[in-house]
Design a protein around this ligand. Sequence first.
Ligand code: SAH
Length: 259
Amino acid sequence: MGKVYLIGAGPGDPELLTLKAARLLAQADIVLHDALVSREVLANISSRAEVIDVGKRYGKKLLTQEEINALLVTYAASRETVVRLKGGDPSIFGRAAEELEALRNAKVEFEVVPGVTAALAAAAASGISLTDRRVASQVLLTTFSRGPNASVMDWGCLTPATTLALYMPGLEYAEVAHRLADAGLPADLPCVIVSGASGAQQQVRWSSVGALASEEKLPAPALMIVGRVASQQIGEISDSFWRGEASGTALEQQKASVS
Ligand code: SAH
């Protein structure tokens, strides 16, 4: 029986791979990777390894998560070093839980190798700090629910001192802006959009909750950082928000339910 390594490939720049990830890529017998993993990172894979892009369409159909889980278990029976390579960190919006469960159930030995998640690369790209002892005491790695309950946001711990790192924001910036405003965030709250963080095509766009709707769309993958830290200058934001006076907002309801 072989071992399966769930490895974080980082945000794109191959120099952001951990030494452990690079060593395992060079030793791998087989690598199953997502579409998000950069070509430069894939170049670190041993030339004798079999490489499968599980994010690519085979004929018409994309592999389902169940099929990927089954492949990992099957390959572990015949290969010594099986690598499951995911963009960023496997445990952040990477469906690692489902794969780990399948491996546990099948009694396959596994190890998780963490990677640099996109929020960290986006902060680095824009030269900001996600926490700031003056204005930001917590970071929320989050995304939108696009299911049938799309209007219900689980942003329970949103406070004026929260930095939001919004994964998979999509191209409907107006919708994003609307949701942020609905959550009680003021129009002058800064926001930065980072596309292709750490890669050659990296772009950084400074905006605000109020201006977001009319921003030019940046290519995927892109991430938004929203909060007082998301600015080149930490400035004054609407007083009413910071005193918690905005009424009827999610923030206000949250405060009411806590007190
Ligand atoms: N496991 C990954 C996230 C997978 S979800 C991680 O830890 O980073 C995919 C989302 O990640 C994209 O929609 C985008 O929001 C974000 N993302 C991934 N790579 C990125 C990059 N290089 N720059 C900006 N955003 C990125």
